[in-house]
Design a protein around this ligand. Structure first.
Ligand SMILES: Nc1ncnc2c1ncn2[C@@H]1O[C@H](COP(=O)(O)OP(=O)(O)OP(=O)(O)O)[C@@H](O)[C@H]1O
Length: 507
């Protein structure tokens, strides 16, 4: 009879992986033999000073719970110090005020309890509690009936806890994932928006919603187009056209017709009227990349467009009204070009209303690991790699110490090459040899001169020489001749140094 009871009980306990469903069937079964009105499982989390109820089943209800009953310090201590037997019968619940208090949170009508400890391996897991609404309902042999089921109940409980843990981890990851996606979305694809490009993005946020003309300046490949995209995306024109024009890539003879369009018959081959890029961008944004490459003659016409907000198609006479946001970009020093007469000053004033300087990659090395991860993910999708290749600390250090004359574009190319070579990782990066000139000074010290550090931001040679001489004079405290003087430091004849300084207006 007991054997039969055992097998049938285990069968019900194993009938579902959902603890509430299994316990409900189990309860229905054991109620036929034992004076039980219901059952619950709880865990004492002494360190958090609370009791966690996991599941509660009776005739009318059965379900999992995540009820946490806080305990006072005193109640907590009582439970910690109480030496519970593996099976405890409490036929008058009021004899144990803490247990009565805890039980009353879920079943206030319980009068007698049959409490059994459950273990996961040898670690106490919690307590499975059977209750009756009658006083003195339980006898010692009732515990003996239940005890053989405890392993299975413990297994179900551990499984339930593991499931809850996984669910929690999953929820955390989902939350993290969506916050990462949000961060990426909010930064409109600009990696480093929260680190090295934060000052840039602050300016972008400030200007995006206005119609102000923006001039982006930065070395080649540093992300001018990426930032221009972000400005358009964050503006109220994001659903309107965004037309990109590489001013340096259009042959001079075609620039006018490309930018402003042409009328049918304007020139041989003009078989139909064609809208230019400005007209195509009407209502939206035009991105004039490499603006420094525009020939002076076209600069005049562009200035007219900016001043009047109108264009006239080549071969046409009608003025077409435009409503366009202009973003221009260049890696060149437009102000220096103005001084040299290569760029119109009036156009420069029109463009440089809100300049944004995008720092070179070597000036924001904190972005390199983020960009690396981003490009690895991007390229893994392109190359159909199921596992993202990793790299080593040493290789990452190589990337952060390189001067990146080609900036992010060069980084992308180097990562792409490494992923073709080492698709399973670890990625090793083949950096172009930097042209390091190592020369011993007159004390035999080796000084590394690295002109590539300047990237494309070269200054006139005389400016550099003047800065170098001034620096030497700073070191020597203004002393020109003799031991420890600037001439000795620079290894140059003092008269030659003096005449150079005169020429460079340094004295
Ligand atoms: N912050 C960034 N986040 C993600 N990708 C970037 C970032 N900066 C640059 N890139 C990537 O690097 C490459 C070069 O960027 P981009 O074309 O914007 O540079 P650029 O400054 O406009 O270059 P150029 O001066 O040659 O026109 C592109 O593939 C771009 O997607």
């Amino acid at each position: 009879m007991q054997k039969q009871f055992f097998f049938e009980s285990i069968q019900t306990l194993c009938s579902s992986l959902q603890i509430d469903v299994a316990l409900n069937r189990y309860l229905k079964h054991i109620k036929k033999t034992l004076p039980i009105d219901g059952m619950f499982i709880n865990i004492h989390h002494a360190q958090y000073q609370h009791i966690q109820f996991l599941v509660h089943c009776n005739d009318t209800q059965s379900g999992t719970l995540d009820l946490r009953v806080p305990l006072s310090e005193e109640q907590n201590e009582i439970l910690i110090n109480k030496e519970w037997a593996d099976i405890t019968i409490l036929n008058k619940i009021s004899h144990e005020p803490v247990t009565e208090y805890i039980t009353s949170q879920v079943v206030p009508e319980a009068k007698s309890l049959l409490m059994l400890k459950i273990y996961s391996q040898d670690t106490p897991l919690g307590m499975v509690v059977f209750y009756s609404k009658q006083h003195s309902a339980f006898k010692a042999h009732h515990g003996d009936f239940i005890e053989p089921h405890l392993h299975t109940i413990a297994l179900l409980t551990a499984f339930e806890l593991k499931g809850r843990n996984l669910l929690k981890i999953n929820q955390d990851i989902t939350k993290q994932n969506s916050s990462l996606k949000r961060a990426l979305f909010n930064s409109h694809g600009v990696i480093g928006a929260e680190s090295g490009l934060r000052p840039v993005m602050e300016k972008v946020k400030a200007i995006a919603k206005l119609s102000t003309t923006v001039l982006l300046h930065g070395e080649t490949g540093c992300g001018k187009e990426v930032v221009a995209n972000a400005i358009h995306e964050m503006s109220d024109l994001s659903d309107k056209p965004f037309i990109k024009v590489n001013c340096g890539a259009i042959p001079e003879s075609l620039i006018d017709s490309e930018l402003f369009g042409y009328e049918k018959g304007a020139f041989t081959g003009a078989n139909a009227t064609k809208k230019g890029l400005f007209e195509q961008a009407n209502g939206g944004t035009i991105f004039l990349d490499e603006i420094g490459e525009l020939p002076l003659a076209v600069q005049v016409r562009l200035l007219r467009v900016l001043q009047n907000s109108t264009i006239v198609r080549v071969g046409g006479s009608e003025s077409i009204q435009l409503n366009i946001r202009i973003i221009a970009a260049t890696h060149r020093n437009l102000k220096a070009m103005v001084h040299k007469g290569e760029f119109r000053e009036d156009l420069w004033y029109r463009l440089a209303i809100f300049p944004i300087e995008i720092p070179a990659l070597r000036q924001r090395t904190s972005d390199i690991p983020l960009l690396l991860q981003h490009f690895i993910e991007l390229l893994s999708a392109k190359f159909n790699l199921t596992q993202l290749p990793s790299t080593t600390e040493k290789e990452l250090a190589k990337l952060t110490h390189y001067s990146w004359p080609g900036n992010v574009r060069e980084l992308f190319n180097i990562i792409e090459r490494a992923m073709i070579q080492y698709p399973k990782g670890p990625l090793a990066f083949d950096l172009y040899d930097e042209e390091l000139e190592a020369e011993p000074d007159h004390h035999g010290n080796v000084i590394v001169i690295d002109p590539s550090y300047a990237g494309n931001m070269l200054v006139p040679l005389d400016t550099m020489i003047a800065k170098y001489i001034s620096h030497a004079l700073k070191i020597t405290g203004g002393k020109l001749y003799g031991a420890g003087g600037a001439a000795e430091l620079l290894d140059i004849n003092p008269n030659t140094l003096r005449s150079k300084m005169k020429k460079l207006n340094l004295c």
